[in-house]
Design a protein around this ligand. Structure first.
Ligand code: KIV
Ligand code: NA
Length: 278
C-alpha cells in the first residue's frame, strides 16, 4: 500500500469518498491503525491529555511532538502522517515558524503539519505551503486556545460566529492549506463550510456532512481511565476494560504463584531463549 498524498484528499472530496483519520501517538498504535487501512494518521497534541496526563494541550512541546511523531512513522510507514504544531510554535517570527515546521518534517518524519487558527495564521500557512510543507488547518474549537475561549463550547452558533468561521476557512484555503479540521461546530455550519470549500474538511464533533472524520484513538477505543463520555464520540472498543481485567489477573497470578509455570521457564536442555529484546 502506498501512502496517500495531499492531492488524493482533494480527489476523495471531489469523488465523495469519505476520508478516515484517527490519532496515534506511538509505534504499536500506529501499526494497528495502518493495518486497519486508515487514510490519515494525526499525531495530535491531544497526546498531552491522553498520553501525558496534562489537563490541556498547552504544556505539550515541539520536542514531545517530534518524539511521538517519529515513533508513529516507524509503526505506519505507508500511511500519510500529519503532526500537530503545538502551542505557540507558529506565532512568532516567520523564520521561527518555518524552522519549527521543518523540525516536524525532518526530525518527526511527518508528511504535513497541522495548525490551529483562522485568518490570523494565514501567513504562517502560506509561508509553510510555499516552502513545501503541507498544512492542515484546524478551526472551530481550537484546544490550544482553551484558556482564551474559556471552555469546550460549541462553535458557530450565532450568525456572526458562523460567518467568521466560514471566512477563516476560505482564508486558510486561499493561503494554501490542503485540508481543514472542523472541531465542535454545528452540523449546519460544518456542512456549509464543506460545500463552500474546494479542499477537504475533516470533522470532529461537527456532524456527518464533512468530507472526513477524525477521532482521538483513546476515545474511539475506550483506552481511558477517566473517560467522561463525549457525545460526539463513538466507542468502537473497550480496551480499557480488557487491560484492567488482564492486569488484575496478572497481579493475582503472581501473588498466588500461578504464573509463571514450568512452560514459561527455561531448563538446562533449552538452547536459545526466543522473544527477548535486542
Ligand atoms: O490533537 C488532536 O487530537 C486533534 C484532533 C482532535 C483534531 O487536533
Ligand atoms: Na490537536
Amino acid at each position: 500500500r502506498k501512502a496517500a498524498t495531499i492531492a488524493k484528499f482533494k480527489k476523495m472530496k471531489d469523488n465523495g469518498t469519505p476520508i478516515s483519520m484517527i490519532t496515534a501517538y506511538d509505534y504499536p498504535s500506529a501499526q494497528l491503525v495502518e493495518e486497519a487501512g486508515v487514510d490519515v494518521i494525526l499525531v495530535g497534541d491531544s497526546l498531552g491529555n491522553v498520553v501525558l496526563g496534562y489537563d490541556s494541550t498547552v504544556p505539550v512541546t515541539l520536542d514531545d511532538m517530534i518524539y511521538h511523531s517519529r515513533a508513529v512513522v516507524r509503526g505506519a510507514p505507508s500511511t500519510f502522517v500529519v503532526t500537530d504544531m503545538p502551542f505557540m510554535t507558529y506565532h512568532g517570527s516567520m523564520d521561527l515558524t518555518l524552522r519549527n515546521a521543518a523540525r516536524i518534517m525532518q526530525e518527526g518524519l511527518a508528511k504535513a503539519v497541522k495548525m490551529e487558527g483562522g485568518r490570523e495564521i494565514a501567513d504562517a500557512v502560506r509561508a509553510c505551503a510555499k516552502a513545501g510543507i503541507p498544512v492542515m488547518a484546524h478551526i472551530g474549537l481550537t484546544p490550544q486556545s482553551i484558556h482564551q475561549i474559556g471552555g469546550y463550547k460549541i462553535q458557530g452558533k450565532t450568525r456572526a460566529q458562523a460567518d467568521r468561521l466560514l471566512d477563516d476557512a476560505k482564508a486558510l484555503q486561499e493561503a494554501g492549506a490542503f485540508a481543514v479540521v472542523l472541531e465542535l461546530m454545528t452540523e449546519q455550519l460544518a456542512a456549509y463550510i464543506t460545500e463552500q470549500l474546494s479542499i477537504a474538511t475533516i470533522g470532529i464533533g461537527s456532524g456527518p456532512r464533512c468530507d472526513g472524520q477524525v477521532l482521538v484513538y483513546h476515545d474511539a477505543l475506550g483506552y481511558n481511565t477517566d473517560a467522561s463520555p463525549k457525545r460526539f464520540v463513538k466507542m468502537y472498543a473497550d480496551v480499557g476494560s480488557t487491560i484492567r481485567e488482564g492486569l488484575k489477573q496478572y497481579v493475582h497470578e503472581v501473588k498466588s504463584r500461578s504464573f509463571p509455570t514450568a512452560d514459561h521457564a527455561f531448563h538446562m536442555e533449552d538452547e536459545v531463549a526466543t522473544g527477548l529484546y535486542g
